[in-house]
Write a protein that binds this ligand. Structure first.
Ligand code: UD1
Length: 416
């Protein structure tokens, strides 16, 4: 298993380009199951999660061709409706295929999804939504069995605005005869991007990004060329890395409007941040101040996927910081690893209290999940001495060329 080896305390300076959003690509890949014709997704980074989804599509019968970083998917002849445990367990997003397979083929047998170990991550809202619309769903021996039947309801009201449930229900409703209304849907930019992709394929979806999504079912979707939005979590991670290193970075290929809450928090720590279309410039102070308090919330609130990076930033900021995690109950697993680097962090269930230190020191640590793993890299970059981070494969589920991009900015980081 590969490791990152970091010699800390180099200042990060320069320009870095963001990649396409993992969390937009994954549901779009699932959505492509419903398309009869060729989908071309441009400039797709080789995230490990994307590669796992592509294996699923291939297994269902889709033709996949890579031309450089352009990905061609042709699901015209999809015939299988079953996803095995081996294929489903590496990624959470395997569950996104349930709605599309049911919509396209009428029946599905999909194993429970895997993904990052950050909590229980139930799928009850996905299944309830599909049941309410008119699917018969049974769970048995680690598999979800689905059968499309006659429509029961037009109105789905989510008791929590789950990203995955919104996407699954929206995709199923795309090819389901009649009007579907999703109340209290998730409003993340990735939901908007999925709706934009499906609409370009011929779907009739209105209201994505608002409190009500209305979908009018169509008979068929056709092929398209599509460019997925940029990754706001990768962008946030680089902004935090720059802030922690007293750095001066220009982030390109990004949408600052997707990271407004983070940008305000970093400004409150003393960073100067200038935004324009497609570009963010951060100039960090020598010593950061505490950001005070952060609570993770659904979009447009502070994203849970940047929680661990902000805890790491707090470990070297002057003063005390509080971080409340409201979405996933086991999302502080990485803290045990950070403690090995000399941090002062206390945590109890969903709250972390961090007292900032002047210095962290290098240590041998291990990534516990994707974002927690990235945070250990951020800690290694500011720590005194050498840090090795194992389980790099977890980080590469959602960061592409992370080490190469950091190296270009001046970090002393190697893969070993
Ligand atoms: C997606 C993102 C993930 C991000 C999360 C929250 C992808 C591939 N992953 O995950 O990176 O951290 O949104 O922004 O897009 N819940 C239920 N029942 C359900 C579904 C969810 O109780 O059926 C709960 C979850 O336990 C969690 C909360 O809802 O507490 C949010 O989950 P959800 O929005 O569904 O996140 P994911 O789609 O899994």
């Amino acid at each position: 298993m590969d490791k990152f080896f970091i010699n800390g305390q180099n200042r990060l300076v320069g320009e870095v380009k963001m990649d396409c959003a993992k969390n937009a690509l994954l549901p779009i890949l699932a959505g492509s199951i419903m398309v009869e014709g060729e989908v071309l997704l441009k400039n797709v980074p080789l995230y490990k999660d994307v590669l796992a989804m592509i294996e699923i599509l291939k297994n269902l019968g889709a033709k996949i061709i890579w031309q450089g970083k352009n990905l061609f998917i042709d699901s015209t002849n999809i015939h299988k409706c079953e996803i095995s445990h081996e294929l489903a367990s590496p990624v959470r997003s395997s569950i996104f295929t349930l709605g599309p397979i049911l919509a396209r083929i009428g029946k599905a047998k999909v194993a429970y999804p895997g993904g990052c170990n950050i909590g229980l991550r139930p799928i009850d809202l996905h299944l309830q939504g599909l049941r309410d619309l008119g699917c018969k769903i049974n769970e048995k021996n680690g598999y979800i069995y689905g059968q499309k039947e006659k429509r029961i309801k037009h109105d789905i009201s989510l008791k929590f605005p789950s990203v995955g449930a919104t996407e699954n229900i929206m995709m199923f409703a795309t090819l389901f005869d009649g009007e579907t209304r999703i109340y209290n849907p998730a409003k993340e930019p990735e939901i908007v991007d999925l709706a934009k992709f499906l609409n370009k394929c011929g779907a009739k979806i209105k209201g994505a990004g608002s409190d009500l999504i209305v979908i009018n079912g169509v008979k068929k979707l056709h092929g398209v060329n599509y460019k997925v939005i940029y990754d706001r979590i990768e962008c946030g991670t680089f902004l935090i890395a720059g802030a922690m290193n007293g750095g001066e970075l220009v982030l390109k290929n990004c949408d600052f409007t997707h990271n407004l809450v983070l940008i305000e928090k970093l400004r409150s720590c003393g960073c100067k941040i200038y935004c324009e279309k497609g570009k963010i410039n951060i100039i960090a102070p020598k010593k950061l101040k505490s950001f005070g308090e952060i609570e993770t919330e659904v979009y447009p609130g502070f994203p849970t996927d940047l929680q661990s990076q902000m805890v790491t930033l707090a470990t070297i900021s002057k003063g005390r910081s509080l971080i409340f995690e409201n979405l996933f109950e086991s999302r502080f697993n990485y803290v045990a690893e950070l403690l090995k680097m000399g941090c002062d962090i206390k945590f109890k269930s969903s709250v972390c209290v961090v007292n900032g230190k002047d210095n962290l020191y290098g240590a041998d640590v291990s990534a516990t999940d994707l974002r927690g793993g990235a945070s250990l890299v951020l800690a290694g970059l500011v720590a005194e001495g050498y840090t090795t981070i194992s389980n790099v494969n977890l980080i590469e589920r959602g960061y592409f060329d992370f080490d190469k991009k950091l190296k270009k900015l001046g970090a002393d980081i190697k893969r070993i």
